[in-house]
Design a protein around this ligand. Sequence first.
Ligand code: FAD
Length: 417
Amino acid sequence: MDQHDTTDVAIIGAGPSGAAAASWLVRAGYRVRVLERSHFPRFSIGESLLPQCMPYLDACGLLAAAEAGDFQPKNGAAFCRGEAYASIDFRDKFSPGPGTTWQVERADFDQRLIDAARAAGADVDFGVTVTDFRADARQPQLDYTTDGGERGTLSARFVLDASGYGRVLARLEALDKPSSLPTRGALFTHVEDRIEAAEHDREKILIGVHPRHADVWYWLIPFRHGRASVGVVASAKVLAAAGADDDERLWTLINEEPRYARLLKDATAVRDVQRLQGYSADITRLHGPGYAVLGNAGEFLDPVFSSGVTIALDSAVRAAPLVARQLEGENVDWHDAFEQPLRRGVATFREFVDAWYDGRLPRIIFHPAQPARVKEMIASVLAGYAWDATNPFVAASRRRLNSLAERCALDAEVTDP
Ligand code: FAD
C-alpha cells in the first residue's frame, strides 16, 4: 500500500530556497518535510553569491553553517573588455548591510544549508521525486516516488515549491510563462586555474565581454585552493559556430578573449564541460490555494549579475513568516505581501540585465570617471540590494540607467570625437 504521511509544511527541493524556508519554519516550531529528488552533495551552478545573501542566511539561522564552509571571500565584481578593466567594490555601496560574501562550490554550500535545517529539526528525504500535486487552501497534497520505486502521498497544511529548474508547480499547475529574455545557453566547467597574475583579484567575480560579440560574456569565479568556475554565455548560434563539441566551444571562446586567454593559459579542467540552455523562465503567479513558489521554481532571469541565489533566499525569507501567519489562522494576502514585493526586486535586476545586453550598462561600467555617489548606487544593486527603494537606481532603474548611459556616451564623444 502507498505510504500516506502528514506534516505542517511540505517543501519540494533542498536547494538554497528550500533549505532557507525549512530552517526558518522549523525554528518557528512547525513540522517541516523536505522532499529532494537528488542525493546530496550534488553539483549545481550558481556559485557567486551577493552580499545581500548574508542577512537572509542570518534570518533563517543558516549563517553560521555557511561560515563554517570557509568559502572564498568575495567583495565585488570586475569587468573586462579587451584591455579595458573596471572594478566595483561592494563595500563602497549606497545601501546599508554587508559588503562582502563568498564564492561557493554549491555541492558543499547546499549540503551545509540543508544539514543545518535538518539539525534544527526538519525532516529531509533525498532520492524522492514529487510527481503530482493537488492544490487546496487547507490541505494541499503531494504525490512522490522514491528512487526505490515506492510511491507515497504527503498531506500538508502548506506547500512551498523550491524545485528550481524542476519547476514542479509551474508544470503541474500550468503556471509556466515564457521569459521576456531571449534564449541563451551557457557552457561551463571547474578548473585548477594556476593563475599567478598579480592583475587577478580572487575576491571578485570577473565578467568578460567577447571582443566581437557584445552579447557574449564570460565568468571567472575563483574558489579556495586554486580552483575556479569558468563559463561562457551566448546564443545557440554563436555556441554552435565555436567548435565541434562543447569542450572545444568553451575553450575556443575563452581563447578569443585576451585577458581570459592570458589568465587561463595553464588551467586544467577538473569536470566535464556542461551545458545549460533556455534557463530563463517566468510564471503567471507565485502562489495559489495552499502553496507558494520560491526561487528558480518561479522566475529566473539571467546569470549575468549572479542574482539567482539572492532572489531564492529573498523569496524564502519573505514566504516563511507568511506561511507561519497563515498556519496561525490569519488571512494572508499572498499577492500583496509576497509576490508584489518579491517581484519589485526582480524587476530591478531585470532592468540591469536588459541594460547589460543592450550596451547601456557596459557603457556605464567602463566609463573611466563615474561620480563616486553614482558608483555606490550601482554597486548596491550589483551587491544584491535590489529592494532598497531609497536607492534611485532601484526606485527608477530604467530612467536612471538611461540618463546615465546617455551622459557616458556624450562624454565618450567629447573625449574621442
Ligand atoms: P535549486 O538550487 O535549483 O534547487 C532545487 C532543488 O529541487 C534541486 O536540488 C533539485 O534536485 C530539486 N528538485 C527538482 N525537481 C524536483 C522534484 N520533482 N521533486 C523533488 N525535488 C526536486 N546564481 C547566483 O546566485 N550566482 C551565480 O553565479 C549564478 N550563476 C548561474 C549561472 C548559470 C549559467 C545559470 C543558469 C544560473 C546561475 N545562477 C546563479 C542561478 C542559480 O543557479 C539559481 O538561481 C539557484 O540555484 C536557485 O536556487 P533554488 O533553491 O531556487 O533552486
